[in-house]
Every structure is written in C-alpha cells, then in structure tokens.
Design a protein around this ligand. Structure first.
Ligand SMILES: Cc1ncc(C[n+]2csc(CCOP(=O)(O)OP(=O)(O)O)c2C)c(N)n1
Ligand SMILES: [Mg+2]
Length: 348
C-alpha cells in the first residue's frame, strides 16, 4: 500500500515524462508480453473500426470508446478464470474483449445483429457473455457495482474460490451506492475487486472540479479495504498488482480496490477527440497522454530489451488488421433479429 502523501499525487504514479525506460518487466516472459500486446492491439483496432463505422453512420446507438485505457482490463484479465464474475459499465468493450476476444460478436452487437454478444438487443452499452464470466454492462453509472457485490457474495457462500470484478470510472465513485458497496464488501468479506479506471473525467468535467483530490483511493481506506494505486498505462504493473491481490482474495475472501490512473483519447461519447459534452479539453493534454500510450510503451520497451523485433511486431499488426476486416464484413452480412425475437429476453 502506498503512503498517504503519494496517494493523491498522480505524477508520482505516472509522470509527464514516463517512457518505455520506466517499464518494469518483473519476471514476465515473452509469451505473456506478446499476449498483452496482442490483446491491447486487438481491442484498440476494434474500437478504431467502431469509431470509423460510427462516423459513417453505420452504427445507430452511442459508442463510448476506451482508446488509451486498454492496459487495465488486459492486465487484470490475465489473472481471471472463466467462473469469475465480471461486470462493466458504459465503456466496457475492453472489459469484455479482455476475457473473450470474439470481436465478431462485438461488431455484430454494435450493429444490432442477432449474432452479437447480446443477440443484437443491447448495443455497445449492454454487453453480456455470462458463459465466459462477463455478466453484464449497463449505462446506469454505478448500476452494476451492487450486482457485482452480490455475485461476489454468492461466490463466497458457494465456497467456490471465484471472485467478482466491478469496473467503474472515477465519476462512478460519486454515486452513493458505491460507498454502500464498499462498506458492505468489507463487513461481509466479499471477494470483490473494485477496479477504478480513473481517466480524470466524468463526461466533460475534470476530476479537480468534482472532488477534493485527483485520486479516489481514499474511499477504500475509509472502509479499511486493501488498495493499490497503479499506473493504468503500464500493463505489466497492473498485471503484477492484480495478480498478487487476486491470489490473496481466492485464498481468503475479502475485497480489494485497485485505482488505475489513465486517460481516454476520444471524447466522452463517439469518435471525436477534440470535443466533449459541453466543455472542450486541451489538445495539449491529449498529445501529452498519447506519449504515454500503453501500447506504444510496451512495444518500445520490448524492442529495446530485445524481447522481439520490429518485423515480429509488424506481422502481429497485419494479423490483427486481417482479423478486424474479416470479423467486420461477417458482422455486416449477418441478419438482424426477427420481430418475433423482440420479447424473447424481456422479463415479465
Ligand atoms: C446514474 C447516472 N447518472 C448520470 C449518467 C450520465 N453519465 C453517463 S457516463 C457519465 C460519466 C461517468 O464517468 P466515469 O464514471 O468517470 O466513466 P468514464 O465515462 O470516464 O469512463 C455520466 C455522468 C448516467 N448514465 N447514469
Ligand atoms: Mg472517468
């Protein structure tokens, strides 16, 4: 756990000049690093494809893109098993793709096709794939956190060793139910991992205009929940921190909170970088954060540390582009649900 002085100092976690030289490999070997890079690149390429299609008017519903934030879900997912119970929110493409790389099902979902993750009924903000451990995402901010808590408590009562994961944003910590969940998680020793993706914004509003500190980890401390503040743009660090806490949680059920500092490149919703809802943000900020791109950092660090060559990377990028093109054209050709399907998933 970090000491109090550093707790609200974002620059001590990810400084302005953070570079590939600061990436720690711990004892990670080439296959796992390749896996990280593949997953992050796949998620990003997928979201760029969705951005392009949204711009062209091919996607009807809103899309909340997490470009720039890929390292968090990828680092955490490496420690999860199929029977864990993961919950997302409105910006959850990465949360689902990090545990199931079926990009065709995501494309089909945002296009409203029957082959989508939620049979084309949900769109980008209602993703569901319980067979792989992804129990759902919804646009109601913080709405899934109490559901994750219930799923974690069930795992404890079933003595299964499984854990629940609740992904939420910095803005979601401003909802009262989050605090009730922290309290109950602690008092009931529920194995739930709260993952706060602190991208510094809630819609258009910077955290400094909304909270007394730029980090939110103090909420875990107030509830005696073990916690760690990490650089959300460093997949190796996220993997390492989550691996040790998840191992502990499986042995002895208890909650844990990870706050990952990151930044999203696009505006709150849809594909534009330079605008947000209402208030614009500085283009310099975006440029500075792009220098700390989690994918670029890992690529550069791997090359400089001779984990692999530029040509190996290029062939990985080619492979991903081919996967994107083929999954997209398959999804475009898939059918829409029929009218008879409309009430199939409605609870009465
Ligand atoms: C209960 C509720 N209040 C407000 C909204 C509108 N809203 C949608 S996303 C969002 C911002 C959430 O910010 P954060 O949790 O930091 O997630 P981020 O968008 O940064 O990923 C808001 C206020 C909502 N969907 N639900
Ligand atoms: Mg946010």
């Amino acid at each position: 756990m970090l000491d109090n002085q550093k707790d609200n100092d974002i620059s001590s976690i990810i400084s302005d000049d953070f570079s590939y030289e600061d990436i720690n490999f711990f004892d990670l070997e080439k296959p796992i690093l390749e896996k990280f890079l593949y997953s992050m690149l796949l998620i990003r390429s997928c979201e760029y494809k969705i951005a392009e299609a949204k711009k062209e008017g091919l996607i009807k519903g809103p899309v909340h893109l997490g470009v720039g934030q890929e390292a968090i879900a990828v680092g955490i997912a490496q420690n999860l098993i199929k029977t864990d119970r993961v919950f997302g929110a409105h910006r959850s493409h990465s949360h689902l793709l990090s545990i199931n790389q079926n990009i065709h099902a995501l494309f089909a979902e945002v296009l409203g096709k029957v082959t989508g993750f939620s049979k084309g009924m949900g769109g980008s903000m209602h993703l569901s794939n319980p067979e792989k451990g992804f129990y759902g995402s919804v646009p109601i901010v913080t709405g899934t956190v109490p559901l994750a808590l219930g799923a974690g408590l069930a795992a404890k009562l079933q003595n299964s060793g499984d854990i629940a994961v609740a992904y939420l944003g910095d803005g979601a910590t401003e909802e009262g139910v989050f605090h009730e969940c922290l309290n109950f998680a602690k008092i009931s020793n529920t194995p739930i991992l709260f993952v706060i993706e602190n991208n510094l914004f809630s819609s258009h509003m910077h955290i400094s205009l909304r909270q007394p500190e730029e980090t939110t980890i103090r909420f875990a401390k107030a509830n005696n929940i073990k916690c760690e503040l990490v650089n959300g743009n460093d997949v190796n660090s996220i993997y390492r921190v989550s691996s040790s806490c998840i191992e502990e949680m499986r042995k002895r059920p208890e909650p844990f909170l990870i706050e990952a500092i990151t930044y999203r490149w696009f505006g709150h919703v849809d594909w534009r970088e330079d605008i947000d809802v209402g208030v614009s943000r500085s283009k310099d900020d975006i440029a500075n954060w792009k220098k700390k791109d989690p994918i670029k950092l890992l690529k550069e660090a791997m090359i400089h540390n001779s984990y692999w060559s530029i040509s190996e990377q290029e062939s990985l990028e080619d492979k991903i582009q081919k996967e994107i093109t083929s999954a997209w054209s398959k999804a475009m050709n898939d059918p829409y649900p029929s009218k008879d399907d409309l009430l199939q998933n409605v609870y009465e």
